[in-house]
Design a protein around this ligand. Sequence first.
Ligand code: HEM
Length: 206
Amino acid sequence: MTKDWRRVLIHILSVLPALWLFWQMSLWYRFLPHDLSANPIEYITKFTGDWTIRFLLITLSVSPITKFTGWRILKYRRAVGLYAFFYALLHFLNYMVLDYFFDWPLILEDIFKRPAITFGMVAFTLLIPLAITSFKFFIKKMAKNWQKLHQLIYIITIFAVIHNYMMVKADVLIPVIHAIILASLLCMRVYLKYNNRKASIKKQLA
Ligand code: HEM
């Protein structure tokens, strides 16, 4: 059993939105009063999509937070990243099963003809190898290639935020907030990289 209560807490908090959603879906399925609005399928797509973006942004924030605060939270990044994949999978399953009911010709047409869906699909597809290789076995086996592959998280989040912006029907405030957070995280990354390089040049000259 794990003694790391922080890890346990992260799992509990991360799984709570999904548990709430499954509970609401079970009420909807039994024709009981639920909180999934008058259009449950649209609500579920939005709910799972929002949680995917949140987990992607949290995954990207772990490294800068560690560097700026010294908190030792890097070891939780993989778990949070896996939850981004978990919610993206629910989002895609909802689209494929409840929304399009496995209508593959229509799904393929949607993916190839609607740029917003194309961005979402690319983001989701790129998340799959990251999720598969997020286990310790692959980290050891792939060594430096593992880090290179997992840099894809930046491209994935950029695509996801574009998809989010294009999909939203009325108020673009939330996608714009997501884009601002993402831009800030990317700037921090560039700043930290530049600082690291400067420090290593100074070391070599000393
Ligand atoms: C990492 C991958 C993805 C993320 C982060 C994501 C995120 C989101 C978000 C946040 C929304 C809500 C927009 C709003 O506020 O109305 C949304 C909507 C939507 N997404 Fe995704 N998405 C992803 C992948 C996909 C994929 C693979 C598909 C289907 C192939 C898809 C199909 C849709 C559809 C149809 C909607 C519109 C729902 C509606 O308003 O009726 N998404 N997505």
